[in-house]
Design a protein around this ligand. Structure first.
Ligand code: PEP
Length: 253
């Protein structure tokens, strides 16, 4: 069976002290639980090197929270896929709703970043999801389709091979209200079928995450759903006690 994939997105949070404490604490339980899960840490990019230094022999993977689609040049403030590779991160979170909202990233821009990430041998973690109003208006599936279609348009039929997709309903992110496990399963099933249909390939390999107020209370019921390969945890991943507890619960799944 596939190991659950647990992604910790620290967003714009944390400092060197938290990095030290976090790594020290999770090191204790590393052997016991971590091998039963695939753990991907995504602190702010500036702390990745330091986190690696603190980790010593721990084998954890890293994701960055954003990337530019240009390889190099006059793009002040941006980071390239080459730089991401140099610091040893393997994954790139793309299309997070906070970037879509606060940095005006539309589906086309996200697709360009996705393309650049893939051709430079990094693995995209594509976040998609609808707002509360879109959900109320019954638009969830059409919004998800649009977000997925643009990736196919720019990257071609095999776009999603060896990628991760996180269904992150915007109404659930940072609100303390998660989508129900039944709804998560239903939507992930829809996403999976749609991608297979658009890829015209039943063997295409991609993994599906849920993100949005995942906590120690709800992870058990979410992770055991048929179409859930793992979870993306935001604020809950900053507290190492809770984070460890979630990994522990997911190990028993
Ligand atoms: C996120 O930002 O991707 C996320 C899932 O956040 P939270 O867990 O805080 O809802």
């Amino acid at each position: 069976m596939l190991k659950p994939i647990i992604i910790a997105n620290w967003k714009l949070n944390g400092d060197k002290i938290l990095v030290q404490k976090f790594i020290k604490k999770i090191s204790f339980d590393y052997k016991k639980y971590f091998k039963k899960n695939t753990i991907i840490l995504s602190p702010p990019i500036i702390y990745i090197e330091y986190m690696k230094k603190c980790m010593k022999n721990l084998k954890l993977s890293f994701a960055v929270q954003n990337v530019d689609y240009n390889y190099q040049g006059a793009f002040t403030g941006e980071i390239s896929t080459y730089m991401v590779q140099e610091i040893g991160a393997k994954y790139v979170i793309l299309g997070h709703s906070e970037r879509r909202k606060n940095h005006f990233e539309n589906n086309l821009l996200v697709a360009k970043k996705f393309y650049c990430t893939k051709i430079n041998n990094l693995i995209p973690i594509l976040c998609i999801g609808e707002t509360k109003n879109e959900k109320k208006s019954g638009l969830t599936k059409s919004i998800l389709k649009k977000q997925i279609d643009e990736i196919f348009l720019i990257c071609g039929k095999n776009a999603f091979n060896n990628t991760l997709i996180a269904y992150e309903p915007i109404w659930a992110i940072g609100t303390g209200t998660n989508a129900s496990p039944i709804l998560i399963n239903k939507i992930l099933k829809f996403i999976k079928k749609y991608i297979i249909y658009k890829s015209d390939n039943t063997n295409i390999k991609f993994y599906m995450q849920y993100g949005g107020s995942v906590s120690t209370e709800n992870i058990k019921d979410i992770i055991c759903q048929k179409y859930v390969d793992g979870v993306l945890i935001g604020s809950g991943s900053l507290n190492y006690k809770n984070f460890l507890k979630m990994i522990q619960i997911s190990s028993k799944n």
